[in-house]
Design a protein around this ligand. Structure first.
Ligand SMILES: [Mg+2]
Length: 369
């Protein structure tokens, strides 16, 4: 039984090891909103995956803070929650804001798993003790730098490399990487940088034997993706478009993609991710877990999600050192034979380091019922 007695929100800023460039822009620091919920002497942690600006989704750390403090937490006031799958119906009156909701739901799952004395992965129905790690490589200053970066990741043992692409940074970089690594499992992510009118150009991606082309068109264009899917041999995978389990169903009904990238934050929480998992298994649609430059808190959650049986492709879950020199949670995630180990301790299975949390916190807000 969970009864939220107190909540604290922390806005943290963690410097990235190297700037991460996508078709949206460049990030040098990961700004994240963390949620700590206290119940019965335990603390559960959640990380909001919203960014500092409304580029990947409409949400930002600031809109999420507002939603969580002013709307989500008041709905939990005085409530006794048997288990976190009740959460989506509790917050159903709030329209949208999936990332804000997901951060609170994550903390409830952590509390619940701690109370049950089980690792979160086991509680969700996870069947793996380690998950294959992929790496997402941002847009680089030039092709040589890209190839040497990819070579570094391949040498470290990453199982799949994903290149961020955009118009003007696609065929050349792809040809260079493919030539150097003829058998490397390779995919691309456009973060919505193309239009349906680019379909002849996108068809040229087919010759690189990619695992998938991720989110080539804009986020709300399922029909466009369905049209494009017919023109390409390479399977399409959707990320930004899949904002809820219902959208996942629509995308599959329209044949707008053959693969789904699952991000629990974008979907509205772990319960929603479980729903998509069930849907995908029913239809034999391969899943993999995406990443949002999470700190160790969000990374632990992603690893638990990726341990589910329907997650059959390598994930955008990398070792901590690919992103951060220091992290807020310990132990750090390490690459072992191209895999990341699923935490086995009760709850999320990572510990928040109080001194580091203080050092990286820019602002904090306390909530008492
Ligand atoms: Mg993506």
């Amino acid at each position: 039984m969970i009864r939220v007695e107190r909540a604290t929100l922390y806005l943290v800023e963690l410097p990235l090891v190297a700037p991460f460039v996508t078709s949206f822009g460049e990030e040098r620091v990961r700004r994240a909103l963390l949620v700590a919920l206290t119940s019965g002497g335990r603390t559960g942690w959640g990380e909001c995956v919203a960014g500092s600006g409304p580029w990947f989704s409409a949400e930002t750390t600031e809109t999420a803070r507002h939603m969580i403090l002013d709307f989500v937490l008041p709905l939990l006031h005085g409530r006794e929650i048997e288990q976190p799958r009740e959460f989506p119906s509790i917050v159903a009156p709030i329209r949208g804001h999936p990332m804000a909701k997901a951060a609170v739901e994550a903390a409830l799952w952590d509390l619940h798993a701690q109370a049950e004395g089980k690792p979160l992965a086991a509680l969700l129905g996870g069947t793996r003790d380690r998950v294959p790690a992929g790496v997402s490589v941002g847009i680089q200053p030039d092709v040589e730098t890209l190839v040497s970066r990819v070579a570094g990741y391949v040498a470290e043992g990453y199982k799949r490399v994903k290149l961020k692409v955009k118009p003007g940074w696609d065929l050349g970089p792809l040809a260079a990487v493919r030539e150097r690594f003829p058998d490397l499992p390779l995919s691309v992510d456009a973060n919505a940088a193309y239009a349906l009118a680019d379909r002849a150009h996108l068809r040229e991606f087919d010759r690189f034997r990619l695992l998938m082309v991720e989110q080539p068109l804009t986020y709300d264009d399922l029909v466009g993706h369905a049209r494009l899917a017919q023109a390409l041999e390479t399977p399409l995978c959707l990320d930004e478009s899949i904002s809820s389990p219902h959208r996942a169903w629509e995308a599959l009904e329209l044949s707008a993609c053959r693969i789904l990238n699952v991000k629990q934050g974008r979907l509205g929480g772990l319960s929603a991710a479980l729903e998509v998992h069930a849907l995908a298994r029913e239809r034999e649609v391969p899943l993999w877990c995406g990443g949002m430059l999470e700190t160790g808190i969000g990374r632990a959650l992603n690893v638990a999600v990726a341990s589910l049986p329907g997650f059959t492709l390598p994930h955008d879950i990398s070792a901590t050192d690919r992103y951060y020199r220091e992290d807020i949670a310990t132990p750090l995630f390490r690459l072992e034979e191209g895999h990341i180990r699923v935490p086995q301790r009760p709850g999320l299975g990572v510990e928040v380091d109080t001194a580091r949390l203080q050092r990286f916190t820019v602002r904090a807000w306390a909530w008492h019922p």
